[in-house]
Structure formats: structure tokens, C-alpha cells
Design a protein around this ligand. Sequence first.
Ligand code: CTP
Ligand SMILES: C[C@](O)(CO)[C@H](O)COP(=O)(O)O
Length: 270
Amino acid sequence: MSDESRPSPAETPATTSAETSAETSAAGRSPARTAAVIPAAGRGVRLGPGAPKALRALGGTPMLIHAVRAMAASRAVSLVVVVAPPDGAGEVKSLLDAHALPERTDFVVVPGGETRQESVRLGLDALPPEYGIVLVHDAARPLVPVDTVDAVIDAVREGAPAVVPAVPLADTVKQVEPAAAPGEPEPVVATPERARLRAVQTPQGFDRATLVRAHGTVTDDVTDDASMVEQLGLAVVVVPGHEEAFKVTRPLDLVLAEAVLARRRLNDGF
Ligand SMILES: Nc1ccn([C@@H]2O[C@H](COP(=O)(O)OP(=O)(O)OP(=O)(O)O)[C@@H](O)[C@H]2O)c(=O)n1
Ligand SMILES: C[C@](O)(CO)[C@H](O)COP(=O)(O)O
């Protein structure tokens, strides 16, 4: 069931690694409730012409539904807020109703904004007060495994104000200056030490008050939520990401996502 008006369920009993964190047992009380905000309001310009990216099919199912299922797969997540394309909230609600989703998870749909940052803020505004931990997960990362989701939640429960999953880089990275004129080469100015670089994924996890403060304070256009927390001078910690949590950005990414999904379905025997 996916209904904006449905009341939040009680926290699901502890069964996963995310449910048995040090915070829960040491304090002897329930952990803060965890909600996931899924910004899904982008056009997907780099993927090419078509429907908004989150609504495009992957293995016959909209990418957004995969992303919603990936968040709801964590037993710690009891609410998913989907930030829909500005004129597509009704369509997204219908999609959620039409697909099988865990009963123990509530779903809310809100219209998004012009930028990812604005969309995330609109999602945060829709959170009921009892949710103390927030995940922000790109609809464009439909295949993130549940172990990665739970690792992020565990790290927030253990006290980190902000947590990012990340993977080492395969390529060497160069810092360049802009070309002097269109068509001119870009001069290289530095080669950062690759061993210290990470490619950052989602879901990124936050203590809710920290993320709300970051969104209320930082006005720069940034590409992820954790960098807003960095700008507040607070610690952001890294947990291992997963190669299957890649972002579907360009057409080749969709080919890869289809292949990963086909392999999973073969392994699962359906
Ligand atoms: N105004 C926006 C822009 C982006 N997003 C979401 O932010 C996530 C990551 O953004 P990206 O992959 O860049 O998606 P798009 O903005 O759709 O891609 P493009 O830049 O190619 O148009 C996506 O799930 C996207 O739907 C959003 O909710 N609201
Ligand atoms: C949040 C993010 O997925 C972390 O890698 C990324 O920064 C989003 O960037 P995009 O250009 O908005 O896709």
C-alpha cells in the first residue's frame, strides 16, 4: 500500500546488523527511526531523450521502484519519501500502488524541485518528527545491495553525523584548468594521489538534525548532501560502498544495470 495519509508503523523488531547496533544495546532503548528520502525528480538529460530517468524501465520495472525496494529491503527503514518530478507526483503514487512493496514500510510522495538539493530539502520537509536518522538515496542508483544500506545506518547509529559509502577509483584522476578557448586543450594542473581518493555513492546517512541544519545553512550548489555537512565543519565518515551501487547516468550505465539485474535474476532462479 502506498498512501500519503497512512500512519507510520511501529519500528520493526531487530533482525539485521543495522538493528543490533551498539547504540541500541548500550542504551537499552529503541534506536532512532530511520527514513529514506529518494530524490527522483531529475530529467536524466545525460541518459538521452525519454521519460524522466527515474521512471525509465530497468528489467521491465521503473528504475525508481528498484531504488524504493532497495531502501525498503533494510528492516531498519520504516518510511520512504519519494521526491517525484514536479508534475509527476500522481504518476509516482500510482506506480508505487501498482508494484509489490513491503507492508512494513510506509511511503510518501512529494513533488521535487529544480535542483537535486532542492528536491532533497522538499523530501526532508515531509518527514514526520519521529524519524531521527535519514538516508538520502538517488533513484538513479537502483541496484545498491541491502548490506551497503545497513552499513550506512549502523555507522549513523554508532554516532557519526554523516556517512557516505564509497569505492576506490580505477582511473587516475587529473585536475585541469578550463581551456583558454573552445576547442583548445585543457591544461593539467595536478594529479591527486589516487590511493586517497574515493568515488562516493548513496545512500548517504545522516543524523536528521545535522542534515536539516546543513540544508538550512549551505547555499552553494553542491553535488551531494555530505559535502554540505563538511561545510558545517562536521565529520563525514566513509563505509565501504559496492560496485553494483553505481549511478545510472549515461546510456552505457543502463546496459550495465540490465546485465547486473539479469545476473541477479539468474542467480535467484527466476
Ligand atoms: N531537480 C532534481 C535533479 C535530480 N534529482 C535526482 O537526483 C538523483 C541524482 O541526480 P542525477 O543522476 O544527476 O539525475 P538527473 O539530474 O536526472 O541527471 P542529468 O543531470 O543527466 O539530467 C537522481 O535520482 C535524480 O532524479 C532530483 O530529485 N531533482
Ligand atoms: C550524490 C551523488 O550520487 C554522489 O556521488 C552524486 O554526487 C550525484 O551527482 P549528480 O550529478 O547529481 O548525479
